[in-house]
Design a protein around this ligand. Structure first.
Ligand code: NAI
Length: 702
């Protein structure tokens, strides 16, 4: 049953029942139509209440039907809404909790609407690169006024029902119930009232018949267009929202609906919309681990200990404090603890100053934080996260201590970015309780969390860590153990290509500009300056020993030898003025690159932006294909999630593998073969990964 039908005296109640959010899938739509027919055919019924069972009125389209023919099969949502409008008895939509997308469009087809306070109302389609497609752009302006409606449609953000009910002249809600609990009763009473009102046969009010105008007419839409231009330069949907709402003010209702439909269908096939939809499903899929069922019992995490109060330890602690989970930080010396606490305080104070955090919330969070210098005081924590120096000997000492003091069943996590989690696990006598939790810097800001699954990591430990990551608002992706895990293993290849490009004739700013034009939040050299060039230097030094055959450009080493470690010292690939992040090109660095080229006997050539983008992005793709093939990542979409949430890959391109699919894997392979012929590049690396070759040959995608 995807909608329940009940009759209470002279009122029929149709309650959508398609958990979790009453998505308007085919069988739910059919059940609504059947309910309406039953109610019309029952002479005892005088009015109909349309509501939602459980935790929502309706969250809109059923995402399980995305891309399937069921999504548009009759009765499609447009037909259902028209059927509601044409019902011969008054239909009252009683909305609560969640009324979004198609759910709101459905409610707008009802003759009357009553809302419970606290209901989240939204048309979030723009977040998937779309506009509302079932009349939302035509009906919402008619009940809320053009400006309020357009703001909601462009932002896609939810607004509380009680706020909307206060808007002057609004016709969205005829009534607000006293509470969520009293909604059903008040809706039935209101339905009876409306039945009595129309007992004389008078027509029911329809939103489609309401006028729609903005007092400033064209001038307002001009302003709205300028506004969206700035905020959404890579996405077509927001500007189309303006077009559709403008049509509501200028066209007849039916023509406006046709116009909205046409835009909706055209947007559906844009790469931006496809990427956003891909990301939407990819993010949800990331939490699913093939051999760890969702109902795996989880360990309770009610307290956390963090070892190391440095850059990462502080940020990691803030995540838990923000979620109301007490944290105890452990350090070797009091002054390190004081420094760590000072940074956390400063971070929160900045948020308070900006009005993003209330003073009492700040104090409440700080009250959850305690510190210690002794391992004996952290043994009762449910989860301990180690964020000490990246040296295996230090990790060994720490994990041996943790093994000694932590209670049985506690989860022991390491934030290591490069070290072998299996090795770390074996420093303890409980490797099944050890897992990697690789946060990204700044750890309180970046959404990505790589959960590193060791050979021995228990399934319930994984399930627990995935659940905890949700609680602290991270997007977690599982990675197997390998050097660099998913993200950093790929970025190393990207960085290597950046180096070769300098040797061959590019400047750092040319490479950065090309990548930023492609949509990366930051080009590779600006990113190096931000992260600290010394980190890559340390990794390369290790590589020179471990993998002497691996080819690297030496420019980055020369840069580090000059002490140009990046923003933290005011100079790296670029110069920086204190307190500012602007990257200022530096003549000395450019000379250093040119001298190095000369020393290698390379005549610089002009390199196109297209070549820069292809070499950098396809280097990610080839490494990703190896990662997939080795089973380090569970699925291709996980890799896209890592790159979007951890490395500033453009959302509208949907991640490196989604982008490769769009370009066509055959073309990607051809480009790699071309790069193999460049004597200054690394021909061995550009051998397309077997998985990539196979998919391309079969005409498939990742
Ligand atoms: P950091 O140098 O800022 O902080 C490390 C802290 O650990 C210091 O405060 C130090 O006093 C403390 N410490 C060292 N040995 C200790 C011990 N035996 N017991 C208790 N405390 C000890 O280093 P950072 O950047 O916070 O890195 C920590 C870990 O996080 C490393 O494993 C690193 O690879 C990893 N990581 C770092 C990222 C970054 O961008 N900085 C990103 C992701 C992971």
């Amino acid at each position: 049953m995807t909608a329940e039908y009940q009759v209470h005296g002279d009122v029929a109640v149709i309650a959508l029942n398609n958990p979790p959010v009453n998505g308007l899938g085919l069988s739910t739509r059919q059940a609504i139509v059947e309910g309406l027919e039953k109610a019309e055919n029952d002479p005892a019924v005088k009015a109909i209440v349309l509501t939602g069972a459980g935790k929502a009125f309706s969250g809109g389209a059923d995402i399980r039907e995305f891309g399937s023919p069921k999504a548009i099969q009759e009765p499609n949502l447009l037909s259902v809404i028209t059927r509601v409008e044409n019902t011969s008895k008054p239909v009252i939509a009683a909305v609560h909790s969640v009324c979004m997308g198609g759910g709101l469009e459905l409610a707008l087809g009802a003759h009357y609407r009553i809302a419970a306070p606290g209901c989240n109302v939204a048309l979030p389609e723009v977040k998937l690169g779309l506009i509302p497609g079932a009349g939302g752009t035509q009906r919402l302006p008619r009940v809320l006024g053009v400006e309020a409606a357009l703001n909601m449609i462009i932002s896609g953000e939810p607004v509380k029902s009680e706020m909307l009910a206060q808007l002057p002249g609004q016709k969205l809600f005829d009534k607000l119930s006293a509470s969520a609990e009293s909604l059903a009763e008040e809706a039935a009473a209101f339905a009876r009232e409306m039945a009595a009102k129309h007992a004389d046969g008078s027509a029911f009010p329809l939103v489609r018949n309401l006028p729609c105008k903005h007092k400033d007419g064209d001038a307002y839409f001009q302003f709205a267009r300028n506004m969206v231009k700035g905020m959404a330069k890579n996405f077509p949907a927001p500007a189309k929202c303006v077009d559709a709402v403008e049509a509501a003010t200028k066209k007849k209702f039916a023509d406006g609906m046709a116009f909205e439909r046409e835009i909706f269908i055209n947007l559906m096939w844009t790469p931006e919309c496809k990427s956003l939809r891909h990301l939407f499903t990819a993010e949800r899929a990331a939490s699913k681990i093939p051999d760890v069922p969702e109902d795996t019992p989880k360990r309770a995490i009610e307290s956390v200990a963090v070892i190391g109060a440095g850059t990462m330890g502080g940020g990691i602690s803030m995540n838990f404090l923000n979620a109301g989970i007490p944290v105890k930080m452990l350090e070797m010396k009091q002054d390190a603890l004081d420094r760590g606490i000072g940074v956390i305080r400063k971070n929160y104070e900045a948020q308070v100053k900006k009005g993003k955090l209330k003073q009492d919330k700040y104090e409440q969070r700080m009250s959850l934080l305690s510190t210690t210098l002794s391992y004996d005081e952290i043994g009762s924590a449910d989860l301990v996260i180690e964020a000490v120096f990246e040296e295996i000997g230090v990790k060994e000492a720490v994990f041996k201590e943790l093994d000694r003091v932590m209670k049985p069943g506690a989860i022991l996590a390491s934030n290591t970015s490069t070290l072998d989690v299996n090795k770390i696990a074996n420093f303890t006598k409980r490797p099944q309780d050890v897992v990697g939790m690789h946060f990204f810097s700044p750890a309180n800001v970046m959404k990505l969390l790589e959960v590193v699954r060791g050979e021995a990591t228990a399934k319930d430990v994984l399930a627990t860590v995935m659940a905890v990551s949700k609680k602290i608002k991270k997007t977690a992706v599982v990675s197997g153990v390998c050097d660099g895990f998913i993200g950093n293993r790929m970025i190393e290849q990207y960085g290597r290509q950046g180096g070769f490009l300098l040797d061959e004739g590019c400047t750092p700013q040319q490479v950065d500009k090309a990548m930023e034009k492609f949509g990366m939040a930051m080009g590779p050299f600006r990113m190096g300056d931000l992260a600290g060039n010394d980190i890559g230097w340390a990794i390369r030094k290790r590589r020179y020993e471990e993998k002497p055959d691996m080819k690297y450009s030496k420019t980055a080493d020369l840069l580090c030898e000059k002490g140009r470690f990046g923003q933290k010292v005011g100079k790296g690939w670029y110069d920086y003025v204190e307190g500012k992040r602007d990257a200022i090109p530096n003549a000395e660095v450019e000379q250093m690159i040119a001298d190095h080229r000369k020393a290698l006997g390379i005549t610089p050539r002009k390199i196109s932006d297209e070549e820069i983008v292809q070499r950098l992005v396809f280097s990610l793709v080839n490494e990703a294909a190896h990662i997939l093939e080795e089973g380090i990542a569970n699925k291709a979409s996980d890799i896209d999630v890592v790159y979007i949430f951890g490395y500033g890959f453009p959302v509208y391109r949907g991640g490196p593998l989604n982008y490769a699919n769009e370009v066509g894997l055959f073309n990607v392979v051809q480009a790699m073969k071309r790069f193999q012929k460049n004597p200054l590049d690394d021909a061995k690396f550009w051998e397309p990964a077997p998985l990539l070759t196979r998919l391309a040959a079969e005409g498939k995608t990742f």
